[in-house]
Design a protein around this ligand. Structure first.
Ligand SMILES: Cc1cc2nc3c(=O)[nH]c(=O)nc-3n(C[C@H](O)[C@H](O)[C@H](O)COP(=O)(O)OP(=O)(O)OC[C@H]3O[C@@H](n4cnc5c(N)ncnc54)[C@H](O)[C@@H]3O)c2cc1C
Length: 392
C-alpha cells in the first residue's frame, strides 16, 4: 500500500514513520526547503507521550527535552507575581511531561522515519484528486503522485483540506488572538530566566520566555487582535502591541526577525465534520487543531498519527480504518478543543479581576491535593488509553 503524506511537520513525520514500520510505501512532501531550525518551546504530555513510548522515540525525546522548574508570571521588572512549580503540573500528568523545542521534536520524528519513508523537501501539494480506491496529490511542478491514501498533514492552512473539503473559513474557529515566536541571543536575559518558563503577567497581551541550552532565548508572543487577518508587517505589529511591556520584552522585540524568519499566525481551532473523504484524510492541525491554548496540539498530532497507522494496519480496508480512527479519536480531540476554549479567558486575562483570580488559582494549585484539580482545568481529562483506542 502506498501513502502520500503532505507536510513533514509533527503529524506528517509521525505518520510516515509509523506507516513505514507497518510496511507501507510512504512519500512525504514538505513545502519548506529543509528542516526548520526556528521554533518555539512546547510542553509535551498526554496521549502523545504514550504514542512516543509505543514508537520507541521517548528516550530521544527526553534527551532533547528541557526540565522547567517553575511557571512564573512576572511583572514589568521581572519579579515573580504568581506561578507554579512545574513539578505540580507534571504530578497531575503522572510525571509524563517534557518541554521540547519544536525543531527538536521534528528531528526525533524525522530520525524515526529515516529509512522507512521517502522525505521530499521544497515540494508542496497544491491540490488532491480523489478517485475510486485511491487519490492523487498534485504537486507545485504539476506532477501527480498517485496513492492508496493521501493524508493532509499540512497544518491549519492546509491545501489538502481546501482542495478536498472546501475553503478554510468553513472550518476555522478563530479564538480572537494572534501569536508569534522567535529565538534570540541575550546572555543577560538567559541568566534572569534561569530554568523557569516566564510569562508576563499582563492583560490582553503577553510574552513568554524559555532559556535554551545553546545559550539563546525562545520567545513567544500572544495578543488579542481585531480580526484574523495578519498584519502586512508582523514585526512592526508586535513592537506596537508589546512595546510598552517591561523587563526583557524591549530587548526581545529589538531582536525580533523580519517576516520571512518569524512565525506569526492567527490562533485558531479547526473543526471538520468528517476527517476523511474517500481516500483523502486530514491529520494533526489540518483537521483537528486545538490551538496553542490547548497546549497539546503536538501531542495529539503524534498520538493521532500513531493511532491512524495502527488502525490502517489492523482494518480490512482503508475506509474501515479511517472510519474507526475517527470514531475513537474524535471525542478525545473535541474534549481538548473545548478545554482550550474554556481556558482562553485565563490564558490571557482581559481584566484585573480575572488576573487576580488566576493568581489565586495558581496559589491554590501549589497546595497538595488541589494541584490535580487546577491542572485538570488546564489540560483536560487524561487523553484516553491509545492502545485500547487502537483496538476499540
Ligand atoms: C506558539 C505555539 C506554542 C505551542 N505550544 C504547544 C505546546 O506547548 N504543546 C503542544 O503539544 N502543542 C503546542 N503547539 C501546537 C503545535 O505546534 C501544533 O499543534 C503542531 O505543530 C501541529 O502539527 P502538524 O504537523 O499538524 O502541523 P504543522 O506543525 O503546522 O506542520 C505542517 C507542515 O506542513 C507543511 N506544509 C504546509 N502546507 C504544505 C503543502 N501545501 N504541501 C506540503 N507541505 C506543506 C508545513 O511547512 C509544515 O512543515 C503550539 C503552537 C504554537 C504556535
Amino acid at each position: 500500500m502506498r501513502a502520500v503524506v503532505c507536510g513533514a511537520g509533527i503529524a506528517g513525520l509521525a505518520l510516515a514513520g509509523c506507516l513505514g514500520r507497518h510496511g507501507w510505501d510512504v512519500v512525504v512532501l514538505e513545502r519548506a526547503p529543509r528542516p526548520r531550525e526556528q521554533g518555539y518551546m512546547m510542553d509535551y504530555f498526554g496521549p502523545g507521550w504514550d504514542a512516543a513510548e509505543a514508537m520507541g522515540v521517548l528516550p530521544a525525546l527526553l534527551a532533547a527535552g528541557y526540565t522547567v522548574d517553575r511557571l512564573s508570571y512576572v511583572d514589568d521588572r521581572g519579579r515573580d507575581r504568581a506561578g507554579l512549580p512545574f513539578a505540580r503540573f507534571a504530578h497531575a500528568v503522572d510525571g509524563r511531561l517534557v518541554s521540547v523545542m519544536r525543531p527538536d521534536l521534528e528531528r526525533v520524528l524525522r530520525e524515526h522515519a529515516e529509512g522507512l519513508a521517502q522525505l521530499r523537501f521544497g515540494r508542496h501539494v497544491v491540490a488532491v484528486r480523489p478517485r475510486p480506491g485511491g487519490a492523487g496529490a498534485v504537486l507545485d511542478d504539476g506532477t501527480v503522485l498517485d496513492a492508496d491514501l493521501v493524508v493532509g498533514a499540512d497544518g491549519v492552512h492546509s491545501a489538502v483540506r481546501r482542495s478536498a473539503f472546501g475553503p478554510e473559513e468553513r472550518y476555522r474557529r478563530w479564538l480572537g488572538l494572534h501569536t508569534a515566536a522567535w529565538v534570540f541571543e541575550d546572555p543577560e536575559a538567559l541568566r534572569e530566566i534561569g530554568s523557569r518558563f516566564c510569562l508576563t503577567d499582563s492583560l490582553d497581551r503577553a510574552m513568554g520566555f524559555y532559556g535554551l541550552r545553546d545559550g539563546r532565548v525562545a520567545a513567544f508572543a500572544v495578543h488579542r487582535a481585531a480580526g484574523p487577518s495578519l498584519p502586512a508587517d508582523p514585526r512592526a505589529a508586535l513592537r506596537s502591541v508589546h512595546g510598552s511591556l517591561g523587563w526583557i520584552v524591549p530587548r526581545a522585540l529589538a531582536a525580533c526577525p523580519a517576516a520571512d524568519r518569524l512565525y506569526y499566525d492567527q490562533v485558531v481551532q479547526i473543526e471538520v465534520p468528517r476527517w476523511s473523504t474517500g481516500r483523502v484524510a486530514l491529520l494533526g492541525d489540518s483537521g483537528q487543531a486545538v490551538s496553542l491554548l490547548g497546549g497539546q496540539g503536538a501531542s495529539l498530532a503524534v498520538a493521532g498519527a500513531w493511532l491512524l497507522a495502527e488502525r490502517l494496519a489492523r482494518a480490512a480496508t482503508v475506509e474501515e480504518a479511517l472510519a474507526g480512527w475517527e470514531r475513537v479519536w474524535r471525542p478525545v480531540v473535541e474534549e481538548k478543543q473545548r478545554v482550550a476554549r474554556d481556558g482562553a479567558p485565563w490564558f490571557l486575562p482581559s481584566t484585573r479581576t480575572r488576573r487576580l483570580t488566576r493568581r489565586l488559582a495558581l496559589r491554590l494549585a501549589a497546595l497538595p491535593g488541589l494541584d490535580a484539580v487546577v491542572t485538570r482545568g488546564i489540560v483536560g481529562r487524561a487523553g484516553g488509553d491509545i492502545h485500547a483506542l487502537a483496538e476499540a
